[in-house]
Design a protein around this ligand. Structure first.
Ligand SMILES: C[S@@+](CC[C@H](N)C(=O)[O-])C[C@H]1O[C@@H](n2cnc3c(N)ncnc32)[C@H](O)[C@@H]1O
Length: 282
């Protein structure tokens, strides 16, 4: 789904509030720990416009939720769209712990991670809203598997201890798969396949049967270096939209996130999943 914008401001829907609530609550929990050790950093790869529009009214988007919550911890924000980047700069005027950059996160995020000290703990909030972004007749991938790998393998390469909270677009990928299967000879089909390959780093997604299959495959292929993985299905009036996918090296972090997602989900689950792999998905 392309981003809806008005004068550069990203327009959001009420269902975005569960994503923002989960992010805000988790940051709040991180803060309690990190204030002790002064070792926290936050990266927001798809920053949007800072202030966003909900029913025409300005509310805080993810970069502002994070920067206000984290007060003096550094928040590195990247945003590719020039109009939204301009709004992002306006929105974060006077907030001293925000470091915004205009450009492709697939180029910028690996550089940011490399610049963060190895003893730091770094939460990466990755919030694409589709597979591709178009600018000036050029196509950019919203998120490539190389960027995901960079985040996932940071510790192995002596970088900071990373955690990931990813907007995983399983439903939109399912829709694209439907198109590919129905119209294998269409001109657009090979391009669409390449776009999904760019995220997965392979074409094994073709064997997935449903949204959970797509999610599990992505976790197995790209996030195996994280010991703890969890997901939460975001819906709009009962219609599934995307997963919020969490991955961490920390059992404490995973327990906290499972608790936050569980409370937001608010329904009894048929089975209790372990913190190594949990799902809030009906
Ligand atoms: C869902 S919006 C982000 C909303 C924001 N995270 C929030 O919660 O307020 C997705 C944003 O990602 C940006 N984007 C898309 N591809 C990108 C890329 N390759 N690098 C950086 N930003 C990108 C889009 O321009 C759009 O503003």
């Amino acid at each position: 789904m392309p981003t809806n914008r008005k004068n550069g401001y990203v327009e959001i829907k009420p269902h975005w509030q569960s994503k923002h609530k989960i992010l805000g609550k988790y940051l709040n929990a991180c803060l309690q720990f990190q204030q002790k050790y002064n070792n926290f950093a936050y990266i927001d790869s798809h920053g949007g416009s800072g202030k966003v529009l909900l029913d025409g009214k300005q509310v805080d988007g993810s970069p502002l939720i994070a920067a206000k919550q984290l007060k003096n911890f550094p928040c590195h924000i990247t945003e590719i769209d020039e109009g939204s980047y301009k709004r992002l700069l306006e929105s974060c005027k006077g907030i001293s712990n925000i470091y915004p950059q205009n450009g492709d996160c697939n180029v910028l995020v690996p550089r940011i991670i490399s610049s963060i000290e190895s003893w730091k703990f770094c939460l990466c909030f990755v919030d694409p809203d589709g597979l591709v972004y178009h600018k000036g007749g050029q196509k950019y991938m919203q998120l490539t598997h190389e960027t995901v790998d960079h985040i996932a393998n940071s510790v192995k390469s002596n970088g900071p201890k990373t955690e990931l909270l990813l907007n995983f677009q399983a439903i939109s990928i399912l829709r694209t798969m439907g198109y590919v299967e129905k119209l294998p000879d269409d001109d657009k089909t090979p391009i669409m396949e390449e776009d999904i390959n760019a995220l997965y780093g392979c074409d094994d997604w073709k064997s997935a049967k449903n949204r959970r299959g797509l999610l599990d495959l992505f976790i197995d292929k790209r996030l195996s270096s994280f010991g703890y993985k969890g997901s939460y299905l975001v819906e709009d009036n009962g219609h599934p939209l995307y997963y919020l996918l969490y991955a961490s090296h920390s059992d404490v972090g995973a327990k906290i996130m499972k608790d936050i997602m569980g409370r937001e989900y608010g329904q009894l689950l048929l089975q209790e999943d372990p913190i190594e792999r949990f799902y809030f998905d009906n």
